[in-house]
Every structure is written in structure tokens, then in C-alpha cells.
Design a protein around this ligand. Structure first.
Ligand code: C5P
Length: 223
């Protein structure tokens, strides 16, 4: 069903957790596995979209037929995504992007001294918010992975980042979030509509999302 909904469309998905280097052997990272983003890339490709996956490091195989561009840091992801954005029809920002990076990357491995030390962090650009400012006709989709006040935070993010759909998930729920093969999500729309999906595999979530993307692009999705 829905095999060619997105034929002729160009989609870009970001996935995984960015890594922000401290020195040649260490980085600041997060618990994102990349599974949700990779599942979305697969579902987009299955729906006929030309799909680019901009991925932070993960252990996952690239879905068949998908073009992968590997990045490590938030700044690298920013450059790749903003560069491609003008020619893309739909962007799904499933990556867990580091909000901060170390102010300096040490050239050599940092030595232990036996005393406490302080790490200075500087803010990374918010890629999704920047796309929200740049967007012309693109459909823009964000994620809100929250550990508290899910719906309030998600609603706020949707407005602040100017997205067409926000996927909200409580990453503390069993069966949802980082590293888990299943997810429990809600789709929020700027007009106040909300769709709560039950627990299902990340690939099934991705297929539901693809159907909503097709609708947002004005494509008939009757099966
Ligand atoms: O504000 P928060 O990080 O919770 O927003 C999550 C959404 O914003 C996700 O879609 C994530 O990919 C995106 N994001 C981004 N650049 C950042 C931080 C988050 O694109 N620096």
C-alpha cells in the first residue's frame, strides 16, 4: 500500500546522535541509536522518495536505495543539511543534535591531573529552527524527545521551530525512545490536531509518518 506516494519527491532525514570532540580520543555524545531516523529513511525510500540520510555515527546498516552522508558533529550536520535544503521537498530531523560543544578541541589527549577541572561549552546552532526560518515550500518535521511535560514542551517546540508536524515522544516510557526497537509517539500539527499512536515498531511509526508527509504534500493517500 502507498508504494509510490512520494515518487518524484526529494526527502532528507537526519539520524543518530552527534559527537562533539573534546580531544583526539574523546567526545560528548548522547544515547540516540539512530533507529528511528533509519526507519524513516527506509519508509521514505519504500514510498518512492529520493532519500538522503544525513547520519551521525551509528551501528546501523544503510537502508537499501538510500544515499547516506556521514557526519560527526552538529556543525558538520548543519553545513550538510543547510546546503541541501533548497532542493529538498521534505526534511525530517530525527537526529539527537548536541545543544552544546566543547569550546576548544584539544590537539592532544587531555592528561589527568588528579584534581577537578571545568569544561567550557558553547552553544551549537539549532538546525531545525534555522530550517524553519529558511523554509519556502518545504515540509518540515521535527522530533521532541522529552523526559517531562511532554505535550507542553512539544507544543512550544512546534511553534518556536516553525515545523509542519512534530513527533513527540516521552523517552522515559518503557517501549519508547532511545535504543528501543519500538516507540510510542504523538503527531502534533500547527492547527492543533493531534494523533496519538499506540506502541509499535519504529518502522511502523515511520510508515504512519510517511502517510502524513504525503498528505502534507497534498498527495492522495487513499488505499
Ligand atoms: O530543542 P530540541 O533539541 O528538543 O528539539 C528537537 C528537534 O530539534 C529535533 O528534531 C532535533 O533534530 C532538532 N535540533 C536541531 N538542532 C539542534 C537541536 C535540535 O536540528 N541544535
Amino acid at each position: 500500500a502507498g508504494l509510490n506516494w512520494l515518487q518524484g519527491k526529494k526527502a532528507l532525514v537526519t539520524a543518530g546522535g552527534t559527537q562533539e570532540p573534546l580531544d583526539p580520543v574523546r567526545y560528548l555524545g548522547n544515547r540516540s541509536s539512530g533507529r528511528m531516523g533509519y526507519a524513516i529513511a527506509q519508509a521514505l525510500q519504500e514510498a518512492g522518495a529520493e532519500t538522503i540520510l544525513v547520519s551521525a555515527p551509528t551501528d546501523l546498516p544503510t537502508p537499501h536505495g538510500v544515499t547516506k552522508i556521514s557526519v560527526q558533529t552538529a556543525l558538520e550536520m548543519y553545513d550538510v543539511v543547510l546546503g541541501l535544503f533548497p532542493e529538498i521537498d521534505v526534511v525530517i530531523k530525527a537526529a539527537a543534535v548536541a545543544d552544546y560543544r566543547p569550546a576548544v578541541e584539544a590537539e592532544q589527549k587531555i592528561k589527568k591531573t588528579g584534581t577537578s577541572r571545568t569544561l567550557e561549552l558553547v552553544p551549537n546552532p539549532d538546525i531545525l529552527a534555522e530550517l524553519g526560518r529558511m523554509k519556502t515550500s518545504q515540509v518540515l518535521i521535527g522530533f521532541a524527545a522529552e523526559t517531562e511535560n511532554l505535550m507542553e514542551n512539544a507544543q512550544h517546540k512546534m511553534q518556536k521551530k516553525n515545523v509542519n508536524l512534530l513527533v513527540a515522544n516521552d523517552v522515559t516510557k518503557p517501549g519508547a525512545g532511545f535504543g528501543c526497537p519500538t516507540n510510542i509517539v504523538s503527531f502534533l500539527f500547527p492547527d492543533g490536531r493531534r494523533i496519538d499512536l499506540p506502541q509499535m515498531s519504529k518502522l511502523e511509526v515511520a510508515r504512519h509518518l510517511v502517510r502524513e508527509i504525503a498528505k502534507l504534500l497534498g498527495i492522495q493517500t487513499k488505499e
